[in-house]
Design a protein around this ligand. Structure first.
Ligand SMILES: [Zn+2]
Length: 69
């Protein structure tokens, strides 16, 4: 519970961070990036990227978690 509460707090100025979800289409693959940005100091934190890749009859989903302090 406490962990989830701290996710949206800016590590720099302790203000609220908003979650932005961006997707990039590369043709055969799609990358989805989850970025938190502080509404006050504009500090950016990429929390997770998800890559969805299509290969003839298979689909690969790669999730990457990034931790920045
Ligand atoms: Zn901030």
């Amino acid at each position: 519970m406490d962990v989830a509460k701290n996710v949206n707090v800016c590590p720099r100025c302790r203000n609220t961070m908003l979650l932005y979800i961006q997707s990039e289409n590369h043709g055969k693959s799609v990358t989805i990036t989850y970025t938190y940005q502080c509404i006050v100091c504009k500090y950016k934190l990429v929390s997770e990227t998800v890559e969805i890749r299509r290969d003839t009859d298979r689909m690969y989903i790669v999730r990457k978690f990034t931790k920045q302090a």
